[in-house]
Ligand binder design. Sequence first.
Ligand code: SAM
Ligand code: SF4
Length: 357
Amino acid sequence: MAAASGCTLHRRLGRSECLMSFSDRNMKPPLIDAFGRVHTSLRLGVTDRCNIRCFYCMPAEKVVFRPRSELLTFEEIERFVAVAATMGINKLRITGGEPLVRSELPKLVQRLAQVPGIEELALTTNGILLADQAADLKAAGLRRINVSLDTLDEEVFRQVSRRSGLKRVLDGIFSAKRAGFEKIRLNAIAIRGLSENEIVPLAEFAREHDFELRFIEYMPLDADGAWKQEEVLTGEAMLRILEKAICPLEPAGRNDSSQPAVDYRFVDGRGVIGFICSVSEPFCGNCNRLRLTAEGQVRNCLFSTAEWDARAVLRGPGNDDNLRQLLRDCVWAKRPAHGIGETEFQPPARPMYQIGG
Ligand code: SAM
Ligand code: SF4
């Protein structure tokens, strides 16, 4: 798949001249890659720890977590974000591991909400600890919450997460609603042979309570290397299941072309469902995302096999210009597409919980 070719100036002049022309005009130099994709979105892993063990993300046992001293401090994360914001990053999503197990997370939210240039601040959580923290997160300035919820059945929840806790997740979702989060989004992964039967109840639940719902295709990011293409329930297959059981869906259009989801509206007017078809219909051509792992490595793709060591700069003698150069280098090295399904595809060495999903 060819990547989008966004910056005409950049293609005609080459990277350094293009970036100079932005500084001449006193504009923020965009984080632009070799295919013209401008990067405005940053995912922040704040921990690799988690209180459950989803089979598509973590190993079942003997998980080795990073020592606390290796994780970036709140001050280091804030500095990195402030520098990235001078280069056009305006959207942040806090993730992990499970971000709510990082102690005093609302304090980080409060710091990040005040960084000049940051317009959107969101969090992705498994919801287990959300009931305790929703009000504090809202007060700290968090704007949006996504809760991962693959099933409404306790037994299936146990099979997926290798732990119990569905009731706590549901309590967390409704606590977030009571705390004033307006658009709560539920993210579900559907796995062929395991959770086809969960799709319709999840859609009915989202319709009843006015939650947004997105189905994400299962990607080869599990810790055990057990992913199989046959287990990917595609967006198209899910759409057919929903239409048969509920009512027809029609395309809902998108405001933002970098959004990975394709949205559909139920024709009875009750609810919108998004599909993130990362495997069956990759959207790499519009990708605008970077990731910072909990221990300070910058990645230009979920499937990247290289990382750029921001922690070494943050903890060494390097200055903010060194961080800016690191970000430029990382973005410039981005490949056109992830290549899942191609013969030479290599899954990344690190599973999802270490990357920051
Ligand atoms: N612990 C939090 C949670 O589960 O929401 C945040 C981190 S989790 C890694 C972020 C998202 O990645 C979740 O929505 C999860 O379902 C998704 N995810 C994890 N492994 C995945 C995989 N192999 N394929 C697709 N999505 C995956
Ligand atoms: Fe934990 Fe989220 Fe990974 Fe599940 S998907 S194991 S909740 S980090």
